[in-house]
Design a protein around this ligand. Sequence first.
Ligand SMILES: [Zn+2]
Length: 363
Amino acid sequence: MYSFNNKRYLSPNILDKLLYKNCLKEYTSVLGYSVENRPILLSSFGSGEKKVLIWSQMHGNESTTTRSLIQLFSDLTSKKTNLFDDLTIKVIYQLNPDGSDKYSRFNANGVDLNRDAVKRTQPESKLLFSLFNEFKPHFCINLHDQRSIYAAGNTNLPAMISFLAPSYDESKSINEFRQKAMTMIGSIYKGIKPKNNWSVGRYNDDFNINCFGDFFMSKNTPTILLEAGHHPNDFGRNIVVHEIYKSLLMFLNLFARENQIKPNTETYFSIPKNYDHLRDIEIVNIRCLSGFSNKRFVQFHEILKGDKIYFSPTIENESSKELYSNVIIDFSKFTTESIDLKQNNQKIIENLKLFLDFSLLLK
Ligand SMILES: [Zn+2]
């Protein structure tokens, strides 16, 4: 297992420390309590007419966007910004503290909160809905992490950010509220400057009323789902933290002057769809008794041990579709003689570890 020196584990305790360190405590109160009686924290910023509701970590193991939120509001509160004159922003950093503590998608009752929008069987879903009802936001931002399998379109470019203007009905109609979300996403998309071999994707818009985005859209509140994705060799998701920060800041600036933006759905539909055909590693030239075998694909699975997330590699079964990877390890080159350990190159050592582990797995 490999830790890749990541900060993916963001428990309620760590959140508390980060809010304190970033001087955000004074904006923060307790919205309510989770199944296991952990406080769910809510920050309020600004006093403007336009109201925005943002929530993150409703899936406890999706912490990247929470880090972006903390950095963003730490920066905005430490300098003068007109945004707080135009906007009132409510932020739930971690809707699912029990899941965050266990690094689990689900809450303490094993429920996926993002499938509980209509029935609202869980205290966390009830709290989100009652805040929505009382605050009556003009716009919602629903923040998540997506798996590393997503490419932007039928390419091998990782979708490091993906957007969705959720549907509010089976036929995926577009009314003025969904159009607002699409227009906003299109404007943010134009401002994102992908580099270093990553891109932006559009998330699947199949309708599911049990998802909060679809549900809030059906209540005529424009909602954007934003997914932080993967970049090869960035298992810590440090690059994307900053890109999500920039997208959120763009959103706030655009929303503050939304009346000047012309409705446009074309740019939204020009964003390439998410394709789920990427894998973390492709191994080629695997030595076997009969010579060199074909390629294999490897996917890492995240495991919490102590207060760290480790990545455990698993070799994928044969896939019915064509798979791609941005990390290709040629096993024919990996003999101990060919690696100069004196260079102390971390990457070589990591690859060597991988090579040795995989050789064991493949036996
Ligand atoms: Zn999620």
